[in-house]
Design a protein around this ligand. Structure first.
Ligand SMILES: [Ca+2]
Ligand SMILES: [Ca+2]
Ligand SMILES: [Ca+2]
Length: 231
């Protein structure tokens, strides 16, 4: 138990608070315990996890190891705070009881790939998609890809060869709709044919005059048409 000497001008006020102070020839000694509880479930700290006693208003330096057995320090919480870039903090013992928690994570980027596996393949444990190609590190790891080298070339290849992968450009989709929409694309021209029908019983239908036909040129690889009622 450490003791702290207060300035004599505080003696009157502190004596009135009925706490265990001892008056020694004009000075006041604070005999209380000021406990700091340190918690660190997955990493090393100094002072170590546990309860430690300090003197009144002392500043206690707390240090956390940046990495312990695959767990990365992500920051302090409780009566101290910091992010993972700062591993040391000072805790001012101005209350009888204080508590600090050193937080660690085995997957700080939340991509599902634990730090040890991130390091094993050279990925960044703080970034979910190390090479920025849109495939996160876990997916690349699970498929034995390299999470540090972009695979965007594969995306570009599939986009350029969609037919080989069962994908179709929008003009091909337009062709598929011919049977239902009466839209044809041929020789760079899209033709829409609308037939007005009439019925007296909603069962039997017959043509109400000739169809209306519109034709428009199709420019480029991608072009969209739609039909809406004018009233
Ligand atoms: Ca991770
Ligand atoms: Ca990562
Ligand atoms: Ca990636």
């Amino acid at each position: 138990m450490k003791k702290h000497i207060l300035l004599s001008f505080l003696a009157t006020a502190l004596a009135a608070s009925a706490v265990p102070f001892t008056n020694i020839t004009g000075a006041v000694v604070d005999t209380r315990d000021y406990n700091l509880t340190v918690t660190a479930d997955n990493g090393a700290t100094d002072p170590a996890a546990g309860i430690h006693t300090y003197s009144w208003r002392s500043s206690v330096p707390c240090a956390a190891a940046a990495e312990t057995n695959g767990w990365l320090f992500t920051g302090w919480s409780g009566d101290a705070s910091s992010d993972h870039t700062q591993t040391d903090v000072l805790v001012l013992m101005d209350a009888l009881s204080k508590a600090v928690l050193a937080n660690y994570s085995d997957d700080p980027d939340g991509d599902g790939l634990h730090n040890t596996n991130e390091w094993a393949v050279g990925a960044n444990p703080w970034i979910s998609d190390t090479d920025g190609d849109g495939f996160d590190d876990l997916l690349e790891f699970d498929h034995n890809w390299n999470p540090t080298v972009s695979d965007l070339w594969a995306v570009d290849y599939i986009a350029a060869n969609g037919g080989a992968f069962g994908l179709y450009p929008s003009n091909a989709v337009l062709d598929i709709a011919v049977g239902q929409m009466l839209i044809e694309t041929s020789g760079g021209t899209a033709t829409l044919s609308l037939q007005l029908e009439e019925s007296g019983d909603l069962v039997t239908w017959s043509n109400a005059g000739p169809p209306e036909v519109w034709s428009r040129p199709v420019d480029g690889e991608k072009q969209f048409f739609r039909v809406r009622s004018s009233k």
